[in-house]
Design a protein around this ligand. Structure first.
Ligand code: NCD
Length: 335
């Protein structure tokens, strides 16, 4: 397995590029900081403690792929920690339009900012930038906010944080059965989630997708290598009744040009009344959002649905990650 230790320093993450960089210990610490921060934020005094954490640091959001939740929750997380943000969301209005390379743009951001959070269509670009910072002695931080079809580590962080909260009184995530549904070939959140679930013992993953959108071989190889048990099916009803949590995803058709799958009938990969009836009464329903029609709006009122909580959990998970990377986590926990 790849070695990402050069992106950490004595147990502290300097860059968050790949989900595989998380350890169970770091995750546990992040969940504790997220809980401490949300508790503090309930009072004005606590909120000002948080705001005092990073007033002399600045973050740049470089988002050149569409985003609502990731962008806004990072912005909110930075503001909770008192860290001003700036944003570049179009290469039509930045110097890239004049021919500047993306790498030079990122280096420019680093001259005036401490943390660069980027969503970029090409896998590997965030890593390339982090490596070039290391080579050039630039002590600034990078967070991957989504790298094409490859990874979305902070989404996996918030997904697992949500599971951690939901299963807190049910023995934790260890040993749970997670059903993952939809576009498993092109969904980066699915890839990152599987990596993160691999840190827990005895987690079983059930994968349901149309044939042409089945999980890729590299993920199957990963699951086999770490001894994670998984099953696959084309029919949701096969596994619905066994799931402790179900993770729905939308079809990722924005990648259709680059990675065509042809016409796919997505109808069988929806939370229909029949499937809802098969799910256990305590099954947790998740979705990274945005949704299409794989989860009807009526399911929002189902007591098992947690996808809107995920959005809020995402903000606190990102507060915790920024606090960890920029070394104010202990301050939060001590307050
Ligand atoms: C996801 C993404 O961008 O990969 N969205 C998100 O960050 N919450 C999921 C998706 O777009 O389907």
């Amino acid at each position: 397995m790849a070695d990402y230790s050069h992106f950490s320093d004595r147990g502290r993450l300097l860059h968050m590029i790949y989900t595989q960089q998380f350890s169970r210990e770091v995750l546990g610490g992040l969940f504790d900081v997220a809980e401490a921060a949300r508790r503090l934020y309930r009072s004005r005094v606590g909120a000002s403690v948080l705001r005092d954490c990073l007033p002399n640091r600045r973050a740049l959001l470089y988002f050149v792929q569409p985003s609502t939740r990731t962008f806004l929750s990072f912005q909110a997380a930075a503001s909770i920690l008192g860290m001003p943000t700036a944003q570049v969301t179009s290469t039509k209005t930045s110097s890239e339009y004049k021919g500047e390379s993306p790498a030079d743009s990122v280096r420019t951001f680093a001259m005036c900012h401490d943390l660069i959070i980027m969503r970029y269509p090409e896998p590997g670009f965030a890593e390339e930038c982090a490596l070039s910072f290391t080579r050039s002695g630039i002590n600034k931080h990078i967070i991957n906010g989504g790298s094409g079809m490859d990874q979305h580590p902070t989404q996996a962080l918030l997904d697992v944080y949500t599971l951690h909260r939901e299963f807190f009184r049910r023995g934790g995530i260890d040993g749970k059965r997670i059903l993952v549904v939809g576009d498993l070939a092109r969904g980066r959140t699915v890839r990152s989630l599987i990596y993160l679930l691999g840190l827990y013992s005895g987690v079983q993953v059930d994968l349901v997708s149309p044939e042409s959108l089945a999980v890729k071989d590299d993920m199957k190889q990963y699951m086999s290598e770490i001894g994670m048990s998984f099953r696959e099916s084309r029919a949701l009803r096969d596994f619905a009744g066994d799931a402790d949590a179900i993770y729905m995803t939308r079809i990722q058709d924005e990648y259709e040009k680059l990675h065509p799958t042809g016409k796919v009938d997505y109808g069988d990969f929806r939370l229909t009344d029949e499937i809802l009836g098969l799910l256990r009464p305590d099954c947790v329903i998740l979705h990274p959002l945005p949704r299409r029609d794989e989860i009807p709006v009526s399911v929002d009122a189902d007591p098992r649905s947690r996808y809107w909580d995920q959005v809020e959990n995402g903000m606190w998970a990102r507060v915790a990650l920024i606090a960890h990377m920029l070394s104010c986590d202990l301050q939060i926990q001590a307050a």
